[in-house]
Design a protein around this ligand. Structure first.
Ligand code: BGC
Length: 759
């Protein structure tokens, strides 16, 4: 009992401090602003004058967001309300899931009938394409191609904006080391450096040159923070982590997105060390709006304010609203906690008006920057809508992005690429003719007729010159082997077999955690049955996450990991199968051998008893039943050609803090095909006051070479790349020895060197 009282006093004091620090922060950040331009000064003045006219209820309205469409809801729904009436009463500031020029216009017209005529913001989860679906974000991350990723976001934004959307709830920049978590599909994988680079590319792509461009949308960087570390990979689960790990691994992509100009943030469902992210002042006030000087607004995740009650953090929605607004959650998605309680919270002196004004100012600022006060309908044009969607160049970009995302995991005896002269191909597997699964999770305005299956892609390239012997073989999850015979016959009647297996599109994504990530159903048995025919076979694995398929990995001669590649999937896979595109992708996340290894990731610690020799693991940090290493490591991926690495040169072997130095080497295409190699630079700080990982990615480049061609590749290394957070969370570098590794995967260093940082 005594402990409870003490704990309650502690929580009360924390909250009091957080409310006081909120007020201080709001005052300080307005002082800390960089010198405003005339345009932004003008906007701030217009906001001042609006704020003076607004009632507290109207202010709460600006901070309230609902779904306009109960069908596409992604969480629990409140009581149905008449949205148009509420909009006219000034009690809604934003809607999600309303799309189309006609629909958004109708809602916006209602907003113009409200007392102050404040326009609405329309948000939507435009995650990987809009009408033209691009590869799932994890697949795009496998391309390591920042330009292509930026272009993909740009096209998604263009199509969405033509449909009246102002704001996408993307990019998701959550680092995750857990493939059981269904939402790995939406992120950039396990690595902080790669994830940060991709976060920047996506923000730039979505937002274009500046807010207000009607071909672009506002980005919403999510989920702040540490959502990708949910215990056990179970969605919405709690997170407990050290500040060290939070700052080093999970926060940098968010910081990179702020620096790239991201307009908004979304917080997350999880507890972080006992405090819900939504009610977390440390994350939202101290770090995001304080230290990082973020000027945009934060939207809660779906009902995450209301969910602070079942979390056991707030007694009821009244308290939840108090803690959320005090902690810096500016807009309430779907929990109605703000509209129902903010006015009373002010009357009860639980929240100051200054806190509410700051949140409203942040929301209004974005509406001004988007130009909505000058023309609330500037994004809703039926004419633009008709001409923008589904353009040929959008499909071309989606195909290019898709082929850049396919990872070649194995290619024994150069089985791939296939020759165009092959006359009979067996096309087998539950995903071989599926178009709909190619869209992956979170696809928006997809239409079945423009999702190209593998079979259709092959047919389009090969026409009638090649016979395609199709057999489904089995379902994705079923246990029936009834189709095996037909599949075996198809294989027997063909020169080569392509087998498409994996997950269905709805087995990954939000609330799609899996405890068993092996190839589902009897698919691996189907592969064994075909293998027994002795026919050469190529396995295509389609999934929203890393799967486990050890037997296949050890026995199939050729394997391509094809994720869910979007509208152009079938064409892109065919391009790779026949060598029209030479695969270049590299895994952005480690593939475990067994679920029991998870989390398995490349930048782990060494431990005091590392495994030096797999043959002797007695009293070592090891599993007695399987190796520590993943089946396929972060950064791994093959090409149809081969690359040689030589002549490592380090310009200085001793550097001072203010110095930088260059590491260079020669990369040569030693094979027969033109191809691209993603060269990776890893660094290890050997001894430090906070022990460092065995290696960390610090740079990469994608280099294209013709057969026989070579190029000198250089990386510049500054002290920044050698720094880390110390015990006081200060970003520091320490003198000492470092090793650097350059190679084609995290487990394949081709060149190694040493250098020293001196005082
Ligand atoms: C998800 C968010 C998404 C929101 C709106 C939530 O359930 O966690 O990522 O943006 O729904 O659809």
């Amino acid at each position: 009992m005594k402990r409870n009282i003490n704990y309650n006093i502690f929580r009360f004091v924390c909250r009091a401090i957080s409310i006081v620090s909120t007020v201080i922060l709001i005052t300080n950040t307005s002082i800390a602003q960089t010198k405003p331009t005339n345009v932004s000064l003008n906007i701030e003045r217009r906001i001042d004058s609006l704020l003076k006219k607004m009632t507290i209820e109207e202010k709460a309205g600006q901070l309230t967001q609902y779904t306009g469409d109960r069908v596409t809801a992604t969480g629990p729904l409140g009581k149905p309300i008449d949205k148009l009436d509420e909009i006219k009463a000034g009690r809604i500031g934003s809607l999600l899931n309303v799309r189309g020029a006609l629909q958004t216009r109708k809602m916006q017209e209602a907003a113009l009938q409200s007392r102050l005529k404040i326009p609405l913001l329309f948000g939507l989860d435009v995650i990987h394409g809009y009408r033209v679906t691009f590869p799932i974000p994890l697949a795009e991350a496998a391309s390591w191609d920042l330009q292509a990723i930026e272009q993909s976001a740009k096209i998604a934004a263009k199509e969405a904006a033509a449909w009246g959307i102002h704001w996408t709830f993307a990019p998701m920049v959550d680092i995750s080391r857990d493939p059981r978590w269904g939402r790995v599909t939406e992120g950039a994988g396990e690595d902080t450096y790669l994830g940060s680079m991709i976060a920047i590319a996506r923000v730039k792509g979505f937002q274009g040159e500046s807010l207000g461009d009607t071909n672009a949308v506002m980005a919403c960087v999510k989920h702040f923070a540490a959502y990708g570390a949910a215990v056990g990979g179970r969605d919405y689960n709690s997170v407990d982590m050290s500040n060290q790990q939070l700052w080093e691994v999970y926060l940098p992509p968010f910081k990179a997105a702020v620096d790239a100009g991201a307009a908004t943030f979304m917080n997350s469902f999880n507890l972080l060390n006992g405090v819900p992210a939504t009610g977390n002042s440390y994350l939202q006030r101290d770090i995001l709006k304080g230290k990082w000087n973020f000027k945009g607004f934060v939207v809660s995740d779906w009902n995450s304010i209301g969910e602070m009650v079942p979390h056991g953090f707030a007694k009821d929605k009244y308290e939840a609203a108090q803690y959320a607004i005090a902690a810096g959650s500016d807009m309430d998605m779907e929990s109605s906690a703000y509209i129902a309680n903010l006015e009373k919270l002010v009357a009860d002196k639980k929240i100051t008006l200054a806190v509410i004004n700051d949140a409203v100012r942040r929301v209004l600022r974005k509406k001004f920057e988007l130009g909505l006060f000058d023309d609330p309908f500037r994004f809703c044009s039926e004419a633009r809508e008709r001409i923008t969607l589904n353009a040929k160049e959008h499909h071309d970009a989606a195909r290019d992005m898709a082929r850049k995302s396919i990872v070649l995991l194995k290619n024994e005896n150069n089985l791939l690429p296939l020759s165009s002269s092959v006359k009979r191909i067996a096309v087998i597997g539950p995903l071989a003719k599926s178009g709909v699964d190619m869209k992956g999770a979170w696809s928006v305005k997809w239409e079945a007729d423009s999702l190209v299956s593998l079979y259709d892609g092959l047919k389009a390239r090969l026409g009638d010159n090649t016979i395609l012997n199709y057999a489904k073989g089995c379902g994705i999850k079923d246990s029936s082997r009834d189709g095996f015979n037909e599949a075996v016959n198809a294989a027997m009647n063909s020169e080569v077999v392509i087998i498409a297996v994996g997950e269905s599109f709805d087995m990954s994504g939000e609330a799609k955690s899996r405890s068993n990530i092996h190839l589902p159903g009897v698919q691996e048995e189907l592969i064994k049955a075909i293998h027994a025919t002795g026919k050469p076979m190529i396995i295509l694995i389609m999934a929203g996450r890393p799967l486990i398929f050890n037997w296949t990995a050890d026995n199939a001669p050729a394997i391509l990991y094809a994720w869910f590649l979007g509208s152009e999937a079938g064409h892109a896979i065919t391009d790779v199968l026949f060598g029209d595109y030479n695969p270049s992708a590299k895994l952005p996340i480690s593939f475990p051998r067994a679920e029991g290894q998870i989390p398995v990731f490349y930048n782990h610690m060494n431990t005091g008893r590392p495994v030096v020799n797999e043959a002797n693991i007695t009293y070592r940090s090891a599993y007695i039943d399987l190796p520590n290493t993943p089946k396929f490591a972060f950064g791994y991926g093959l090409s149809y050609t081969s690359f040689g690495y030589e002549n490592l040169e380090i310009s200085k072997s001793k550097i001072k803090r203010a110095d930088s130095f260059t590491v260079s080497f020669t990369l040569k295409n030693t094979g027969k095909y033109k191809g691209e190699e993603i060269v990776q630079l890893y660094i290890r700080d050997k001894i430090a006051s906070i022990a460092r990982p065995v290696k960390e990615l610090k740079g990469f480049k994608k280099i294209e070479l013709n057969p026989g061609e070579s190029k000198v590749i250089a990386f510049s290394i500054t002290t920044e790349k050698l720094s880390f957070y110390n015990n006081d969370l200060k970003w520091i570098s320490e003198p000492g020895e470092f090793s650097l590794m350059i190679g084609s995967a995290s487990d394949d260093s081709k060149l190694q060197g040493e250098f020293e940082l001196i005082d």
